[in-house]
Design a protein around this ligand. Sequence first.
Ligand SMILES: Cc1ncc(C[n+]2csc(CCOP(=O)(O)OP(=O)(O)O)c2C)c(N)n1
Ligand SMILES: [Mg+2]
Length: 274
Amino acid sequence: MEINRIKQLNEQADLIRKMSIECIANFGSGHIGGTSSIIETLTCLYYECANIDPTQPNWADRDRIVLSKGHAAVGLYSTLAAKGYFHKSELLTLNQNGTNLPSHCDMLKVTGVDFTAGSLGQGISAAVGMAIAAKMDRKKYRVYTIVGDGESQEGQVWEAVMLAGSRKLNNLTVFVDNNGMQIDGMCDDICKVAPFEPKYKAFGFKVVTVDGHDVEAICNAIEESKKSKKPTAIILNTIKGKGVKCCEGTPASHSVAFTEELFKAENTGGVLNI
Ligand SMILES: Cc1ncc(C[n+]2csc(CCOP(=O)(O)OP(=O)(O)O)c2C)c(N)n1
Ligand SMILES: [Mg+2]
C-alpha cells in the first residue's frame, strides 16, 4: 500500500475516533474502550476494502458489515456519518431521548447499519446466515463481522463459527477484537477463551493475526480473505481505549462517564463543528 494512502487512512481513523469521543462526551458517558479498539478496522472496511455505496445503503449487492459487538455502535455511527450515510449533526443526539442513534446499533433506525446487535453472539450468527444467503442467491457480496473477545465466551459464537467452517463460507470474514478485556476485567481471568488461532483453524477457517491498529496490515489481511477458499478469521491484537488518554488499556474504560474536563484533557477539540 502506498505511504500516502496509509497516511490518509490513519488520518481518517483519527478523525472517526475524535468524532466518537465527542459524541460520548456530549452525552456524558459511553462505550469508549471497545469502540476505540476497532476504529482502524472500521476505517479500513468503509474507506478501502468493502464494496459499499453510501448513496445506496440498501443496494442488494453491497458487502454486509455486522458489528456483532454492538456496544461499540458509536464508532460505527461516526464512520457512517463520516462516509455520508447521514448528517453528522445527528451524532450529537446519541443516546438522547427520541434519538435515532441508540447506544447499541439498530438497523431499523440507522441508515447503513446492516444488523441490530447488542445481545452478544447474535451478530456473528446473523452474519453467517447472510453469507449462506449470498451463496444460495449466487450473489458476490462478502460479509464482514466484528466480534469481541469477551463476546466469544458466548456459546452461540462457536455454533456460528462451526456452521461457517462446515459450509466453507469463503465470503465471510470474522474479525476478533482481541483487546484482552471485557466489562470489568481481563477475559483470561474471567473465562479464558483465547487463544483464538487454533480454535478458528480447528473449525476450518483461514486465520491471519495482525496489529489491529495497523491499517496496512488490516487491509492486507482483508485482501487475503477475499482470495481464500475458506472463511477467514482476522485476529486483531488491539488496545482497549486506544488513543483515549483516560481510558487506554484499562478495563474500566468499557463504559465511562466522560466529563467536560476529561474531554478537554483529550485535546481533540470539537471535530463535529456543528
Ligand atoms: C448476551 C449478552 N450478555 C451480556 C451482555 C453485557 N455485555 C455488554 S458488553 C460486554 C463485554 C463484552 O466484552 P468484549 O466482547 O471483549 O467487548 P469489549 O468490551 O472489549 O468491547 C458484556 C458482558 C450483553 N450485551 N449480551
Ligand atoms: Mg474485549
